[in-house]
Design a protein around this ligand. Sequence first.
Ligand SMILES: *[C@@H]1O[C@H](CO)[C@@H](O)[C@H](O)[C@H]1NC(C)=O
Ligand SMILES: *[C@@H]1O[C@H](CO)[C@@H](O)[C@H](O)[C@H]1NC(C)=O
Ligand SMILES: *[C@@H]1O[C@H](CO)[C@@H](O)[C@H](O)[C@H]1NC(C)=O
Ligand SMILES: *[C@@H]1O[C@H](CO)[C@@H](O)[C@H](O)[C@H]1NC(C)=O
Ligand SMILES: *[C@@H]1O[C@H](CO)[C@@H](O)[C@H](O)[C@H]1NC(C)=O
Ligand SMILES: *[C@@H]1O[C@H](CO)[C@@H](O)[C@H](O)[C@H]1NC(C)=O
Length: 366
Amino acid sequence: MYFELAILVATALAWSASAGTTTTVSNWGDNPSNLPPPPCLYPFQTRHESPDRRWRAIPHQLHPCGGSGSQFMSEVGNLTTYADNLGFPILFPTSNAELGFNCWDCFSTKTLTHNGGGDSEGIAGMVSWALNQFKGDATRVFAVGASSGAMIGNVLAATYPNVFAGIAAWSGVPSSCWANATSSTPSTPDQTCPNGTKARTFSQAQWVNLALSSDPGYSGTRPKMLLTHGTADPLVSILNLNAELAQWSGVLGVSFSKNVTNDPTTNWKRIVYGDGTKLIGFEVEGGGHIPPFQWDATLEFFGLLNSTSNGSGGSSSSGGSSGGGSTGGCSTAQFGQCGGTGFTGCTACASGSTCQFSNPYYSQCL
Ligand SMILES: *[C@@H]1O[C@H](CO)[C@@H](O)[C@H](O)[C@H]1NC(C)=O
Ligand SMILES: *[C@@H]1O[C@H](CO)[C@@H](O)[C@H](O)[C@H]1NC(C)=O
Ligand SMILES: *[C@@H]1O[C@H](CO)[C@@H](O)[C@H](O)[C@H]1NC(C)=O
Ligand SMILES: *[C@@H]1O[C@H](CO)[C@@H](O)[C@H](O)[C@H]1NC(C)=O
Ligand SMILES: *[C@@H]1O[C@H](CO)[C@@H](O)[C@H](O)[C@H]1NC(C)=O
Ligand SMILES: *[C@@H]1O[C@H](CO)[C@@H](O)[C@H](O)[C@H]1NC(C)=O
C-alpha cells in the first residue's frame, strides 16, 4: 500500500448510534478522467436530516496507491462510527487504474489545474453530487487522504479551494510536487518528489507559487490543513512534511507558533501554526508510512467534533426526534437541536446534556 483518499460531507446532527448504509455512486456527473464509481457510506437520512433538510458536511476519504474506495473504507477504523454518531455521509473515491498501482494522478497539468479535466475535477464533481443528494452544507466539505490520497488531497486544496473546508493528509507531498514527472506512482522514474529532493531544494516561495497557480485569481477562503507524517517513512520522505507546512503556511498566511509533544498521543508532536485552527502538522517520531488515523483530533480540527464537550455520541437516547416543538417546561433529548437561526423549538436540554453552539444555524444537546 503506497498511496489512499476519502471525502466527508459532514452534518452537525448527532443521533443514537445505528448502522449506516453503503451505496455505489454510478453516475455523479462531471468525470473527465473516467474515475470508477465510488462507494458512499451514509447514516440513515431520516435520523440525520436537520429540520431544514440540509446535511451539515461532506467528507471524502481518499485511498492510497494499490487501493480503492471500498478497500479504504475497510481501513479507516471507527471513522464510520463517528460518521453515524455525528451524521455525515462519506464518499470513498476510487482512482483510475490506467496510471498503474491505482494511484491518483497528482502530476498532470490537467489534475493540477482548476477545472483542468483531471482526477481533481472528477472528485470535485462527486462533491457537487453529494451536496445535492444529501442537501449538504457546501461550507463543510472535507477530505482525508493517505499516501497517494494525501497527495491528491494537497492537490485538491490547491485546485478546489472553493470546494473544500479542510484537508487531512497522511504521508503526502505538497501540491504540484509531482509536476514534470510522467506519472505519480512508486515506479515512476522521477522520484525526486517523494524521496525529498524537491522538498530539500524548493523554496517556500516556489511551493506557494505552485499552489496558487493551480487556481489563479482565486481569492476566497482556503481549506484548513492537517498534515501528518512519520519520521521513519520509507516510501515518502519526512522532508515532505516540512515542504507541505511551508506551502500551506505561506498560502494561508500563518506562521509557526509552537510544538506540543505527545499530542494527540505518545510520540506524536503537534506542530502549531498561528492559533492552530488553520494549519497543524503531526510529526510521528519513529512512525512509518501512513501512521494510525487520529479521528478525534482530525474531526476536532475540522470543527465536526468537540471531544471536550463529549459530542462523539455513544450513549443511546430515544433518537429520531428532531428536538423541536415543545414549549414551556420542555426538554430536548441528547443530540437534538436546541438552537440556531430560525429555530423555534425547545432550547432546554435533557439532564446530562447541555446546549452547545455548533454554527450560527445549529446548536445541539450534547
Ligand atoms: C474510536 O477508536 C479510538 C481508538 O480506539 C477511541 O479512542 C475512540 O473513542 C473511538 N471513537 C468512537 C466514536 O467509537
Ligand atoms: C518543472 O521543470 C521546470 C523546468 O526544468 C522547473 O523550472 C520547475 O521547477 C519544475 N517544477 C517542479 C514542480 O518540479
Ligand atoms: C531521488 O530519486 C532520484 C531519481 O528520481 C535519484 O536520482 C536521487 O538520487 C534520489 N534521491 C534520494 C535522496 O533518494
Ligand atoms: C518544532 O518541530 C519541528 C519538527 O520536528 C522542528 O523542525 C522544529 O525545530 C521544532 N521547533 C521548535 C521551536 O521546537
Ligand atoms: C468544547 O466544549 C467545551 C466545553 O463545553 C468548551 O469550553 C469549548 O470552548 C469547546 N471548544 C470548541 C472548539 O468549541
Ligand atoms: C462521554 O460520555 C459518556 C456517556 O456519558 C461517558 O461514558 C464517556 O466516558 C465520556 N467520554 C469522555 C471523553 O468524557
